[in-house]
Structure formats: C-alpha cells, structure tokens
Ligand binder design. Structure first.
Ligand SMILES: O=C(O)CCC(=O)C(=O)O
Length: 270
C-alpha cells in the first residue's frame, strides 16, 4: 500500500468506525504561534465579539493566514473521499477556551445540520450517512488539562443526539466519553453527528482552535445566513432560532490562495 492510500485508509476507517480522527502536522510549527496570536487578538476585538453566540462572523474576513491549511491536501483529500469533488466550507470561526476553569463542561450536542435545538436541522431520526464534517484546527496543544474536546466515540451512528431529547442528559458524564488530545498544528476531524461537548480549561493559558466545517456541494447552507429569507422562513416554520455563519467580503476573498477560493465562493458578498 503506498503512503497516500495508507493515509486515507487509516483516517477514513477511523472516521467511519469511531466518528473522529486526528490528522497530525497540517499547520507547520513555525506558523502555529503567529496564527494563535492573530486569533486571540481578533477574537477579543469588539468587531468579532459583537453578537457572538447567535451570529458567528467568518474568521477569514479578518485574517486569511489560516486559508492555505484549510485547503491543505491532507484535509481536502479526506473530505473529498467522503463527499466527492466540489467540497465547500460552511463555517469558519475561532473556538477559544478561557483559562482557569471558567468554562461550562460538556453540554453534549451534534453540529449543524443535526442540532435538533436549531431551526435548520435534519429532523431525527436522521439517516446513517456522513453529510457534514467538523474540524478543529489546533493552535495550541489539546490536553486533558486545557480542554481536549469531549466526545462519545461511535455516537455518530445514532439517529438522534442529546439536543433532540434522546434520553441522554446533555450535562452529565457519559459512560464511554473521552477527551481528544493532539499537538498544535493537528486537525481534529469528525462526523458532525458525533456527540461532543465543550471542555473546561484548567490551565492558566487560553486553549485556541479554529473550527471549520466541510460539506458536499449539494448541502444547502442558505438558512444559516444572517438576514436570508430562507433563514426567516425556516425559523417561522419551526418556531426555533438558527445560528448564522458570516459571509466574506470580496476584498477578503481576493486575498485567499487559489486552492482555498472554491471552498468559500458561495459565501462572497459585496
Ligand atoms: O471547543 C471544543 O473543543 C468543542 C467545540 C464545540 O463543541 C463546537 O464548536 O461545537
């Protein structure tokens, strides 16, 4: 088996069987520090933090330095093996854990479009197919102490998750839970159906990552756009709110490397 086939075989079988994998060495070590500093600066800036919690701005509107790695062959080869050609990124935002144990632990959920608490979701019971991949680009090491992501391995095969009243208390420890650890520069990739939760950071430094989610070309992201008619319609129909993902000004899009542009073309707005 050649190196590339072995790489794909290892990570795809891990995702299919367990729901997750860690891809090492996606971001070179000398780029991790500057990217981490930039994320921390932008995240604390009023522009990014404005109405965080409901409307998530597109991180690449502020800094395009991560773009070559979002489009790295390691990540895209895996996404394209699952989805075929024409992969797109549905959201890009920092996930930062404050230091000194201030964050909330767990709160088991699955990501869009499987979060049953949101307006635009695939209603449970949903089918056993991978249609969305969540990734966390680690800009600090992920350890048990600083908040390696909590996951329930294998839970991606379930047809519901704790946001959908499936009988699992989203705030309580789950018997088979584990924390994902990895070196800065690695990427945690998982099937977005996987039950996962926000960890607590007990160290005295921030735990920093950027979350980027990958989808096949046919998955409709329109209901996740702020002020979009499709978002209003689905909110009215379900009586639930939908979190939104930020668009990309043309000026920021033009600064992306060529290989990253196809991933973001659908989010460009003037
Ligand atoms: O920060 C983490 O490790 C988990 C993030 C998470 O649960 C999410 O972004 O949906």
């Amino acid at each position: 088996m050649d190196t590339q086939t072995a790489f794909l075989d290892h990570h795809i079988s891990h995702i299919k069987r367990d729901g997750w994998t860690v891809i090492p060495d996606v971001i070179p070590s000398d780029r991790v520090g500057p990217l981490r500093k930039s994320v921390l600066k932008i995240f604390t800036a009023a522009t990014y933090g404005e109405d965080l919690g409901v409307n998530y701005p597109n991180y690449l509107a502020f800094d395009q330095g991560l773009a070559p790695y979002l489009a790295s062959r390691k990540v895209l080869d895996l996404a394209e093996t699952v989805f075929g050609p024409g992969v797109r990124i549905t959201s890009t935002r920092p996930v930062i854990l404050d230091p000194n144990g201030t964050g909330d632990r767990r709160s088991w959920h699955a990501d869009w479009p499987f979060n049953q608490a949101r307006a635009a979701c695939i209603p449970a019971p949903y089918p056993d197919v991978t249609i969305h991949l969540t990734t966390l680009f680690m800009l600090t090491d992920f350890t048990k102490e600083n908040g390696g992501t909590w996951i329930v391995p294998g839970s991606h095969r379930s047809s519901n998750n704790p946001t959908g009243n499936n009988g699992v208390d989203s705030k309580k420890p789950y018997p088979t839970e584990m924390q994902v650890t990895g070196k800065a520069g690695s990427v945690l990739m998982f099937d977005s159906r996987l039950w996962h939760g926000h960890p607590t950071n007990y160290t005295d430094k921030h735990r920093v990552a950027v979350r980027a989610n990958y989808a096949p070309w046919w998955l409709n992201v329109n209901p996740t756009e702020k002020d979009a008619t499709e978002k209003d319609l689905i909110e009215q129909a379900t009586g639930k709110a939908q979190t939104t993902q930020g668009t990309l000004p043309k000026s920021a899009y033009e600064k992306l490397p060529e290989e990253a542009k196809p991933l973001y073309r659908h989010w460009v707005r003037d």
